[in-house]
Design a protein around this ligand. Structure first.
Ligand code: ATP
Length: 245
């Protein structure tokens, strides 16, 4: 059986009487691309914040890379990569300055940063943009660069919070090439998205409704279980059942 790098059992987060995340349980295997879906307000961000050591749960258990979310949040932060739509690259620094800045934060040496910068710029075909300000780059390039920076320190797990918001399907597909590459190298990908084409690219998908995981399986099995033609249909049936009728 594949090694579990994320283990979650009855994880719960309540704000007063309202439980944004209500007893969710799942495991994620090494190298797996795990899609974390749900409507706005379903509790995805709250759940992810607990897993990356930013929010202490109310109850339940969870470990990430073997580290406990209650006792070892700092170890979790050091051992994961994280990219969100909101927290990303510095717009008023150049491509190279951003790489150097994050490399420093992740504790890489100058020599490691230099070496990784060259291979990263070549891979992304961004050699000519090394001195360009981030603000001058198209959004699709920024997202690819933000992902590459998030895995600069070679974490075993990377958390992506709506990483491809606002770009077209072709640009999203190119971004997913980077995800596949990382996954093939053994990196586990935990990704939230509102795009159902991306849900189809995941190995398994969980769908949250009102703080609970209502379905969790491969896209193929979910479509079969819900007798749906697409992940879009599956999502609508679960999240807005009245519309599916
Ligand atoms: N600090 C907080 N205090 C009170 N309620 C909160 C807090 N953080 C989140 N919530 C509530 O918890 C619920 C889940 O929010 P969360 O941001 O986790 O949802 P989400 O699935 O990530 O939504 P989105 O797709 O819009 O980002 C929402 O009703 C939100 O208002």
């Amino acid at each position: 059986m594949a090694e579990h790098v994320i283990e979650v059992e009855n994880l719960t987060k309540c704000f007063g009487k309202f439980c944004a995340v209500n007893k969710i349980s799942f495991t994620v295997g090494r190298g797996e691309i795990f899609g974390f879906l749900g409507a706005n307000g379903a509790g995805k961000t709250t759940a992810m914040k607990m897993l990356i050591g930013l929010l202490i749960p109310t109850s339940g258990k969870a470990t990430v890379s073997g580290f406990d979310v209650y006792r070892e949040p700092e170890s979790i932060k050091r051992n994961i990569g994280y990219m969100s739509q909101k927290f990303s690259l510095y717009e008023d620094l150049t491509v190279w300055e951003n790489i150097r800045f994050y490399g420093g934060i992740y504790g890489l040496t100058d020599a490691q940063i230099l070496e990784k910068t060259e291979s990263l710029l070549t891979r992304l075909e961004l050699e000519n943009a090394r001195n360009s300000l981030i603000s001058s780059l198209p959004l699709g390039w920024k997202q690819k660069l933000a992902f590459s920076v998030a895995v600069l320190h070679e974490p075993k797990i990377v958390f992506l919070d709506e990483p491809t918001g606002g770009v077209d399907p072709i640009t999203r597909r190119r971004f997913w090439d980077l995800i596949y590459e990382a996954s093939a190298a053994g990196v586990t990908i935990f990704v939230t998205t509102h795009y159902m084409d991306e849900a189809e690219y995941c190995d398994r998908v969980s769908i949250m409704v009102d703080g609970k995981i209502e379905a969790l399986d491969t896209p193929r099995n979910l479509k079969s279980t819900f007798q749906a033609d697409s992940m879009d249909d599956v999502f609508v049936r679960l999240v807005r059942p009245e519309k599916a009728k």
